[in-house]
Design a protein around this ligand. Sequence first.
Ligand code: ADP
Ligand code: MG
Length: 401
Amino acid sequence: MNYNKKTVTDIDVAGKKVLLRCDFNVPMAKDGSGVITDDKRIRAALPTIQYLLEQGAAVIACSHMGKPKGEWKPELSMKPVAKRLSELLGQEVIMAADIVGEDAKAKAAALQPGQILLLENLRYDKGETKNDPAFAKALADLAGADGVYVSDAFGTVHRAHASTAGVAAYLPAVSGFLIQKELDIIGGALADPKRPLVAILGGSKVSSKIGVINNLLEIADTVIIGGGMAYTFAAAQGGKVGDSLLEADWEQYALDMIKKAEEKGVKLLLPTDTVCANAFAPDAESKVVPTGEIPDGWQGLDIGPKTVEAYCAAVADAGTVIWNGPMGVFEFDKFAVGTKAVAEALSKTDAITIIGGGDSAAAVQQLGYADKMTHISTGGGASLEFMEGKELPGVAALLDK
Ligand code: ADP
Ligand code: MG
């Protein structure tokens, strides 16, 4: 897939209306008070918004929040986002009472260069997730005849929705700075990596990572396996994994991947030792055993010290490291050791370090290594599909450079 897409700086937006798809899907307090508990995504959108406003565009921002499934749920209104965004921008954010209805149309038509309007939750309309052409056209029409579409919601580019892909049929479509960075860094690492390219893959299940393992075995020099899915590999090779996470249906796949690595000359590293526990609990009793010798009643919750050493050595002289999936149950301090050690090793290399996946990003943040990485992807599911080498509809829809 072509990652070389036009961006906001490749197109003239002065005096034009810009339909800007943002990711304002922020977590809200559960009590319905309208309090945003983490405004990171709103702050992340500021560079593109500020650039457009400074260029003299009139910005019509839109996003979804939660999953209202076509129902007008008041607790999922974008109003609190408008309030927070206006505080951060230091200017009024005009709030539309609807999405493509009379109020939005009137406010979009009256919008002046340097002003910003926010539409209501896109998923209040069923046409959004259905990628209904009529809804996409109605969104595009808000920007008028010489309007422009800017896509900056990386978290939804793997979905072909009206606001992420459909709308590009009616307006010239370019990326904002957030998507541009994802394409430059992840796209660059997949298409033309600085070598050696080391992929570290972990997390809970093999079945959720089959595409990622398969694709990275095509392009990486070394593939490292950790986390819960390592036990399916161990069992496939005849090891005893006790009560560890095991997907018996995927053992053949694991063997196929081991064979594929051999054929391709890719170094495949599997954990040689494991920290296993007598329960899935933060204070469980634990001990280190060889990975294929986990006793009955015990389960592997982290990679062991020898494995940690081998994995850290493997990333030390890497040119690029792509990491998806924690090495263990990092949510429990006692079993976060392997994940932490790998994060620390990444923080010390000169390699380009890329973190993809929602839990992996959370782990790196929680463990305090976020600012040491080259790039932490802002899209969980989207970054996974990106690493699987899949075509992302919201990227494919943008104009080629
Ligand atoms: P990402 O969201 O980064 O793609 P995943 O969703 O695949 O990552 O996996 C994250 C989850 O995997 C974490 O919640 C972590 O606790 C779990 N996990 C990692 N190792 C193990 C293990 N050995 N046993 C059970 N769960 C594990
Ligand atoms: Mg996850």
